[in-house]
Design a protein around this ligand. Structure first.
Ligand code: KG4
Ligand code: ZN
Length: 341
C-alpha cells in the first residue's frame, strides 16, 4: 500500500542497447528495475548496431514496462511522475523510450521529467549509498564519457575535466576487438588481465597533461593497436593477458591520478565513481588504495547499477521532481544524441 507522503517515480532508459523500466520510492528505494539487455544480439557484430538496437527497443518496451509495474506491485495510478533519458545516446534508441514516456505522461496526465543519462549514472550512487550526499567529486567513466564533475548539490554540477579524444570505455571496447575478445570489451579485457602482468609500456599519457583534469585515450589505444599489428606482421607470439593487463593498468592509472589530484587540490573528502567502467575491479581497487593514503572515501554502485538501467534514471528524476526542475511538456520533448553534462 502506498503511503500518501511517499513519492514513486517510474524511470525509462533506452539510450543504447538496454531497454529498462524501474519504479523507485523516495529517490533511493528500488521497487523494481527490469533490464532487457541486447548484448547477445550485438555480440554477433562485435558492437552495438544502432538500427537493430532501436528495433529491439520497440519490441521490448511494452513488456518491460508491464513487468516493472508488476514487480513493484503498483499500478500506473500510484506513480507520481515519469522520468526518461532524453540524451545522450543513440538517437534511434532514445526515440523509443522518449516516445513511450511522452505518450504515457500525456495519456495519464502525470508530470514528465527529462533526465540526462550521465545525471542518471551519478544518481545510481544515491541508491547504493543511503548516506551519500553532495558535495563530492564524481568520476564518470562510460562508453561515451570520461569526465570529472564537481557535485556541489544534488542539482548543481560543474564539469572540471573531460576527455580530449576517446572515452575510456570506447578504448576498452576497441582494444578488446583488436585482441579478438567479445563485446562488450570492458569485462573481456578485465577477465584477460586477471591472468596477465602489466609488463608492456605502451605510453605514459600523464606526461604531457598532468596540470589539468582532462583525459586522453586515443594515444594509448593507438599504441596497443600498433603493438598488435607489429607483432602480427612479424609473426611473433602475442600474450593477450599481458596486453590487457598493461592496457588496463595504464588506462586506470590516468583516471585515478587525475581524480586524486582533483580531490586534493579542490579540498574534497569524497570521490564517487559512475558509469559502466566503474564496474572495473582494478579501477575500484587502485582508487581505494590511493584514496586511503590521503583520507578520502570512495563510493561506487554495485555492478548491477554501474551499467545502463532505469533505476538510476528514476532516482535522478526524483531529485529533479522534488526541486520542480526539468519537468517538460510531453508534447514537445525531443531526444538529443549529444548533450553536455
Ligand atoms: O555506462 P554504460 O553501460 O553505457 C554508456 O553510457 O556508455 O558503459 C558501457 C561501457 C562499455 O564501454 C563497456 O565496455 C564498459 O562500460 N565496461 C567496462 C566494464 N564493464 C563495462 N569497462 C571496464 N571494465 C569492466 N568491468
Ligand atoms: Zn551509460
Amino acid at each position: 500500500m502506498k503511503n500518501k507522503k511517499d513519492i514513486y517515480i517510474l524511470g525509462i532508459e533506452s539510450s543504447c542497447d538496454e531497454t529498462s523500466v524501474a519504479v523507485i520510492k523516495n529517490g533511493k528505494e528500488v521497487l523494481s528495475n527490469v533490464i532487457n539487455t541486447q548484448i547477445d544480439i550485438h555480440k554477433l557484430y562485435g558492437g552495438v548496431v544502432p538500427e537493430i538496437a532501436s528495433r529491439n527497443h520497440v519490441m521490448n518496451i511494452d513488456g518491460v514496462y508491464e513487468e516493472a509495474l508488476k514487480r513493484a506491485n503498483v499500478t500506473i495510478g500510484d506513480i507520481d511522475a515519469i522520468a526518461v533519458t532524453y540524451g545522450a545516446g543513440l538517437l534511434g534508441s532514445l526515440i523509443v523510450g522518449v516516445n513511450f514516456a511522452k505518450a504515457l505522461a500525456y495519456s495519464t496526465g502525470k508530470p514528465l521529467i527529462k533526465v540526462n543519462h550521465i545525471e542518471g549514472h551519478i544518481a545510481g550512487n544515491y541508491i547504493a549509498h543511503s548516506d551519500l550526499e553532495p558535495p563530492f567529486i564524481c568520476l564518470i567513466v562510460s562508453g561515451g564519457h570520461t569526465a570529472l564533475v564537481e557535485m556541489k548539490t544534488y542539482m548543481e554540477r560543474k564539469l572540471i575535466g573531460t576527455t580530449t579524444d576517446d572515452a575510456i570505455g570506447e578504448a576498452f571496447d576497441k582494444v578488446a576487438r583488436e585482441c579478438g575478445l567479445s563485446y562488450p570489451g570492458g569485462p573481456s579485457v578485465q577477465k584477460q588481465a586477471e591472468s596477465g602482468k602489466a609488463v608492456i609500456k605502451f605510453t605514459n599519457m600523464l606526461k604531457e597533461k598532468i596540470t589539468d583534469y582532462n583525459f586522453s585515450y586515443s594515444g594509448l589505444k593507438t599504441a596497443v593497436i600498433n603493438y598488435l599489428h607489429n607483432k602480427r606482421q612479424k609473426n611473433e607470439e602475442i600474450n593477450i593477458p599481458d596486453v590487457c593487463a598493461s592496457f588496463q593498468d595504464e588506462a586506470v592509472m590516468q583516471v585515478v591520478t587525475k581524480s586524486m589530484q582533483a580531490v586534493r587540490q579542490l579540498g574534497f573528502k569524497k570521490i564517487v565513481l559512475a558509469g559502466g567502467v566503474s564496474a572495473n575491479l582494478h579501477l575500484r581497487k587502485r582508487m581505494e588504495e590511493e584514496a586511503q593514503k590521503i583520507g578520502v572515501s570512495v563510493y561506487y554502485p554495485p555492478i548491477s547499477l554501474c551499467t545502463d538501467n532505469a533505476a538510476m534514471i528514476a532516482s535522478a528524476g526524483y531529485y529533479n521532481y522534488i526541486e520542480n526542475k526539468s519537468i517538460v511538456d510531453p508534447r514537445v520533448l525531443v531526444p538529443t544524441s549529444n548533450i553536455a553534462l
